[in-house]
Design a protein around this ligand. Structure first.
Ligand code: CP
Length: 312
């Protein structure tokens, strides 16, 4: 693997999941692989899980880790040809090339604007690092995708499924803020690559990018979508068609224990209790959210391990 900006960078998903599960059983088996190598993690946005799990993963491989909150650095310019006499102080060209001298791998988190759809779909920040950095790039959640979360979710489903082809439902759930599509998109990309029966449920108007959802069925009746589900993955996202808008806050879409029955519950976290899902779901024995977060370490570790192997 030369980089990890999307799930497409994984050639053999099932093999990678199995390797991640082996790493989980023996996390320090490649503790010398990253010796004298540095991971630089750049955060344009907040994080708890991604920051800590990716750092842990790198350290399990013997890497050094540097973390920079971009809000503490110079305000960065991404457009070419700009006369930089306003608020931006440093161009991505210099920044990427300079950081590449301090890093063997650069990991970037940069959320969408949710205001400029074309700019967000162009993945301006992530792709600028891919273009100008001279070392491999890892996507720690970009404007349209969250492939490390998707890989952790793949590990979690593989570890916990009790039938060979489970029914998996991605359900929109309410939220007071306009949220990105990245986690939902990443999960849909994953579903294209796993042997599952997959259904998406959301209120009308919350259709995701049809180029991503493609042929998957959309069921506007949440109760019907949940029938015979093995896994229910809850996530809020803002409208894609009316870009970045909140169209619906109907609490009837909240995930309840009564609705999910015996299905396993998944969410990427952080989650707003009793808004997205009720306490009984999160505290119930079928909640996988803590294990999903645990698997973030091993998703990041297998990705870093594969990239390091390619470097050396
Ligand atoms: N799921 C996830 O990416 O969590 P953080 O935003 O806390 O990193």
């Amino acid at each position: 693997m030369k980089k990890y900006t999307s799930l497409k960078d994984i050639e053999n998903l099932s093999g990678t999941i199995q390797k991640a599960i082996q790493l989980k059983e023996s996390p320090y088996q490649f503790a010398d692989l990253g010796k004298h190598k540095t991971l630089v993690m750049l955060f344009f946005n907040a994080s708890l899980r991604t920051r800590l799990s990716t750092e842990k993963a790198a350290k399990n491989l013997g890497m050094e880790v540097s973390v920079l909150n971009i809000t503490n650095a110079w305000n960065m310019e991404f457009e070419d040809g700009t006369v930089m006499n306003l608020s931006t102080s440093e161009h991505i060209k210099e920044a990427s090339m300079v950081i590449s001298q301090y890093a063997d791998i650069i990991a970037v988190r940069a959320f969408p604007t949710l205001e400029n759809k074309e700019k967000d779909r162009a993945e301006t920040v992530l792709n600028s690092f891919v273009k100008y950095a001279t070392v491999p790039i890892v996507n720690m959640e970009s404007a349209t995708d969250h492939p490390l979360q998707a890989l952790a979710d793949a590990i979690t489903i593989t570890e916990t499924k009790t039938v060979s082809k489970p029914k998996v439902v991605l359900s929109w759930a309410p939220h007071p803020k306009a949220l990105p599509h990245s986690v939902a998109n990443g999960f849909v990309h994953l579903m294209h690559n796993m042997d599952v029966e997959f259904v998406i449920t959301h209120p009308e108007g919350y259709e995701l990018d049809s180029e991503i959802t493609k042929e998957f069925p959309i069921e506007y009746n949440q109760e019907k979508a949940f029938e015979n589900a093995d896994f229910i993955y809850a996530k809020n996202w803002s409208s894609f068609n009316e870009y970045g808008k909140i169209l619906n806050e109907d609490p009837n879409w909240m995930i309840t224990q009564e609705k999910i029955g015996a299905a396993k519950f998944m969410h990427c976290l952080p989650i707003r209790r009793n808004v997205v899902a009720e306490d009984a779901v999160l505290d119930g024995e079928n909640s996988l959210v803590i294990e999903q977060a645990n698997n973030r370490t091993f998703a990041a570790q297998i990705v870093l391990k594969e990239i390091l192997t390619h470097l050396s």
